[in-house]
Design a binder for this molecule. Sequence first.
Ligand code: ACO
Length: 355
Amino acid sequence: MGVPTGRDGANSKIIPAPSASTDLAEGRRLRRVGLTATGGYVPDRILSNQDLEALVDTSDEWIVSRTGMRERRIVAPGEAASDLAVKAAERALEDSQLEAKDIELIIVATVTPDAICPPTACFVQEKLGVGPAAGFDISVACSGFANALSIGHNLIASGAFGNALVIGVDVLSAITDYQDRESCILFGDGAGAVVLEPEPGKGIILDHLLGIDGSGAEMIIVPAGGSRKPASHETVEAREHFLKLNGRQVFRFAVSKMREIVVELTKRNGMTVDDVDLFVPHQANLRIIESAAEKLNISEDRILVNIQKTGNTSAASIPMALDEAVRTNRLEPGNLVCTVAFGGGLSWGASLVRW
Ligand code: ACO
């Protein structure tokens, strides 16, 4: 079970997982991949529910009861995704045996890159002093880290790279409309990073389940600023460069999809939901997490929740929560960890890691 399966997609056929000794076409063997270090970072500036009360018609009581959030962090003017990513990566590297110059591959999952071009991975590479290295960004909204982890896992398992720095980072405050009370209360900024190497580390990565469904593309969208509707005076006046959200629809999708993919991922690995020691869900709404947990019959003590102080940080949410689990000693050797995300796209992704 310690290798990638090549079965990325909730609706894809179930193909038997290759064993650790499976030969690739080139005659190389798939290697087991360890998650050897974690790091997380949030900016200093706190945006509390009380601060939001001053911006829109809302209340601390409404936000806490509907989302579980009390505060979130947002960047200072001029601070960008790569600044947060570098801080998280430095913390992960401090926790590893590697130095920045040893890193061979950087994958950055984000929907809020420093700029549309070049990739944020390039800014991270330069600022960290990584390399020579390969690197790229991927954009799968809140499911970005799940996809980045799967890609990093597979590229190391195949022998294409010797290690990877996988980062989830988002500066959602850059695309949040602080005049829209339904969405502006939800989002925060942050970064999380993990180091992957072809050997047992803190955790052995077992499997991933990924998927998208574009029929829900309009549910979470930034309408302007892309090639369909390039930014113009009109789009800015219409506030179309901010994220638009159909909260109720996303809520229903999230609860049912989280349940579905956790059941399928554990089942195809010969496990059950009861075998999982710690769930690390995307921190989008406490009620979503609690509803999914109730449907899966998971007790509170088996779920990592830090949404109270982070808000929804999109691609950063899961690696930040994973780092918190590590640093607060929530994990013991042998524990089974299941991360589970959903988000814009619509998209979803879950991973299993044996600690
Ligand atoms: N303060 C006070 N009242 C509010 C606020 C607010 N901030 N926002 C909405 N309301 C009002 C609504 O106007 C509505 O009033 P009405 O009944 O008079 O029409 C009422 O509260 C209830 O609104 P609902 O939409 O039913 O509230 P709900 O309980 O669904 O909570 C929320 C809304 C928090 C947005 C929830 O639906 C949610 O969290 N959805 C998921 C969003 C999400 O996580 N997206 C993740 C992806 S983001 C990404 O990918 C980057």
